[in-house]
Design a protein. Sequence first.
Length: 95
Amino acid sequence: MNNPDDSQPRFWRDAALPFLEARAVADRLRAVVAATPVPLPRRDGALEVTVSIGLALGGLGAEGPDDLLARADAALLASKAEGRNMVTFHPHRVA
């Protein structure tokens, strides 16, 4: 463990990078959609459209794709319950 490349902080930083990138993309997508008016031909003004996004990481003890999708779905439902137009991360396994 004397090699800095073998350190635990580096492992967690490298493991977190894909999540941080996914979170940044999801946040940008949410902001762009919220800021883009959707004009309607028979209505004055524009329709407000927002996006709720749920994120979950694989490799955290997930038993398979169904578990991963269940955690992402739980995060999506949390986004909606918290007021919509947000990105939520679900880090835990679903029992």
